[in-house]
Design a protein around this ligand. Structure first.
Ligand code: 2RA
Length: 382
């Protein structure tokens, strides 16, 4: 089997072989090369798994930054985080940070903290892209996946906040969008296989610690997860709702409807699995119109952010371990679902810290810059 590509290569499935598509892509961040405009950018929650990935992604994609601030709780203030290959930032206390004069803030500190500080930043004129669940269903806040509903971004001016969807929703709607455009989706049944990094660094630490103790025939009491995550799978992510669904499952329903189409029926079962990075999803879709596997594959192959890898042979699909550090949503195992009139099933995986969080947020920021929606404070005043 061919190995998953490094970032600059793209490959797609074609008839009976993998076709490597070397169409040159713009170098990361090259759209900003030579840009005279650069921005003061703050990252809140900078010491967390997503916050660190946001700093890494901003640097990798050469986002036009004149000054960057890493923010976290008072407990983490004074610690250091990396920004790119050669810069180290000293973390400042979010509670005491004045957002006046800052152009953009990328938030990932937890919903309760965002609830306090994101509106404070927005009121100071700083545009916030918030990666927590706090504002996602607020009708005044756009919930955005740039490949799916970029037109919604313009609504951010009401609160100066744009919400980044949940990781499990993002990768699914990127894959569903080209199919919905062509064949109109009626219903989606999805089962997720979500990595422990969705629960942050603590989740990753617990998987490592619990795996180690199994080898000495011992067990650690679970702290982050509800049961032992080592050599196990857990059908609970987030808290239970009244109807028996978990909040993670509810998020997949309401966020898909807000981003893609309120008319789509969704039922999700979200499961935590002992994988460090990369979420997988088994997606079953019922369409209004007839759809063949070939037509679906063609639509997916041309969709932004999607790479189809579907060889119908041993190992001819992408797994979470292979998508780590990659930007795309990988779609495999595309096949007909004959249990409904116009049905299709597929498997998709993506790096939950990257496209599921940091990259999506940075792509929104790039859209703001590219469409002249993010103005330097000094320019606004002029
Ligand atoms: C998780 N979806 O995987 C969550 C993170 N936002 O736990």
């Amino acid at each position: 089997m061919k190995k998953v590509t490094p970032k600059t290569d793209r490959f797609t499935w074609d008839a009976d072989s993998v076709v490597w598509d070397k169409t040159p892509e713009p170098a990361p961040g090259s759209q900003f090369a030579g840009s005279e405009c650069s921005f003061r950018v703050a990252v809140a929650g900078a010491t967390g798994a997503v916050g660190r990935e946001i700093l890494k992604t901003l640097a990798e994609r050469n986002f036009p930054i004149s000054e960057v601030a890493a923010l976290a709780s008072g407990r983490s203030a004074g610690s250091q985080v990396s920004f790119g290959d050669d810069r180290v930032l000293t973390v400042k206390n979010l509670d005491k940070f004045d957002f006046t004069g800052w152009d953009l803030a990328l938030f990932s500190p937890g919903a309760a903290v965002s609830a306090i500080h994101a509106p404070r930043a927005g009121a100071a004129g700083c545009v916030v892209i918030d990666n927590t669940s706090q504002f996602r269903m607020d009708p005044e806040v756009p919930l955005v996946v740039p490949e799916v509903n970029p037109q919604a971004i313009a609504q951010f001016t009401r609160r100066n906040i744009i919400a980044n969807p949940n990781c499990s929703t993002i990768q699914m709607v990127v894959a569903l969008k080209p199919l919905h455009d062509k064949f109109r989706i009626k219903r989606v049944v999805v089962a997720t296989y979500q990595s422990v990094s969705g629960a942050g660094k603590e989740g990753m630490d617990e998987l490592l610690a619990n795996t180690k103790v199994h080898y000495v025939h011992d067990k650690n009491p679970p702290q982050v997860f509800q049961k032992d995550i080592a050599f196990n799978v857990i059908p609970q992510i987030d808290v239970f709702m009244e109807d028996g669904a978990t909040k993670e499952e509810w998020k997949m329903v309401v966020e898909t409807q807000k981003i893609l189409d309120p008319g789509i029926a969704v039922i999700a079962t979200c499961v935590r699995v002992p994988v460090f990075i990369g979420h997988a999803e088994a997606v079953h879709v019922e369409f209004e119109r007839p759809v063949s596997v070939g037509e679906a594959r063609a639509a997916l192959r041309h969709a932004p952010g999607v790479i189809v890898y579907d060889q119908r042979e041993d190992g001819g699909y992408i797994t979470p371990a292979e998508c780590q550090g990659e930007d795309a949503v990988y779609v495999s195992r595309i096949r007909r679902d004959a249990t409904v009139p116009h049905g299709l099933a597929f498997w998709c995986v993506s790096d939950n810290l990257r496209k599921g969080a940091a990259l999506n947020a940075v792509q929104i920021a790039e859209y703001l810059v590219a469409h002249d929606m993010l103005r330097k404070k000094t320019e606004k005043a002029a």
